[in-house]
Design a protein around this ligand. Structure first.
Ligand code: SAM
Length: 243
């Protein structure tokens, strides 16, 4: 099973990020904003957390990963499910895609058809907590669909929150895989406050690791489902890869 590599280290990244141009810009743009470095954000509930809560809390964690995919100065960077298209202010050449948000450069939904129509399209691309509204059983297909939109040799970063995927998983698959620990409450009760038992979290994490092992050429493999089941700001499955 794939071991974690280049995992997010909050202390090291705080040192690297402090006083960078990005931090200075963030502080100017959002005066009084507290920068969060701890990588685990459990306490804010919102559909688009950065957009709604940017004045009270801003997590810099994604910069750690995005910095790794922009090293070769890609001329076209896709942000799939960009929400408020916030990262466009920080990296040149971002093209934000989102089905709902007016700040996107294009309104579109990522799915199998989108992936096929954009084969080898972006020099690099990232997606943060946006393409995960699918059954966990389909995680492998979704990751491959995302890889497909990047040109050969290009870099990709995917962040997913496993809690959103468990919510979308049919009850029979939850039972089959041992991911459901309270069958009598059923699928309706598996809301944002649902938190499976530790043993179940381990089973879920092992499944994710098994599905993703060997699938891509990983530069970062950072999975922390057992530490935080519902990381809706930065995701608890974070991978950086080269196509
Ligand atoms: C939690 S927000 C994250 C926004 C942004 N990526 C960020 O990190 O701040 C989820 C976003 O995903 C978008 N979204 C949902 N389903 C999507 C899909 N199938 N393809 C693309 N975007 C999607 C939503 O419209 C929403 O803006």
């Amino acid at each position: 099973m794939q071991r974690d590599i280049n995992v997010y280290d909050a202390t090291a990244f705080e040192l690297e990020f402090s006083n960078s141009i990005f931090e200075q810009k963030l502080k100017k743009q959002f005066s009084g904003v507290e920068l969060g470095y701890n990588g685990i954000n459990k306490n804010i509930h919102s559909a688009t957390p950065r957009e709604w809560y940017v004045r009270s809390w801003f997590s810099v964690v994604p910069f750690y990963y995005i910095n790794k995919i922009v090293k070769d100065n890609p001329s076209l960077i896709g942000d799939i499910g960009c929400g408020g298209n916030f990262f466009k202010d920080y990296y040149p050449n971002i093209f934000g895609i989102d089905p709902h948000n007016a700040s996107a450069d294009t309104r579109a939904r990522f799915d199998e058809v989108f992936s096929q129509e954009h084969t080898d399209f972006f020099d690099s691309a990232f997606t943060i907590n946006a393409i995960h509204f699918i059954s966990l059983v389909d995680i492998k297909d979704r990751v491959l669909q995302f890889q497909n939109i990047i040109k050969p040799g290009g870099m990709g970063f995917i962040a997913l929150n496993v809690a959103r995927m468990i919510e979308k998983t049919p009850i029979e698959d939850l039972i089959k895989h041992g991911w459901e620990d309270n069958i009598s409450n059923g699928i309706q009760d598996r809301n944002h406050d649902y938190n499976p038992k530790c043993e179940i979290l381990e089973i879920i994490e092992n499944f994710v690791r098994q599905e993703l092992t060997g699938l891509l050429d990983y530069k970062v493999f950072d999975i922390s489902i057992t530490q935080c089941y519902n990381d809706f700001m930065d995701g608890n499955i974070r991978i950086v890869f080269q196509k």
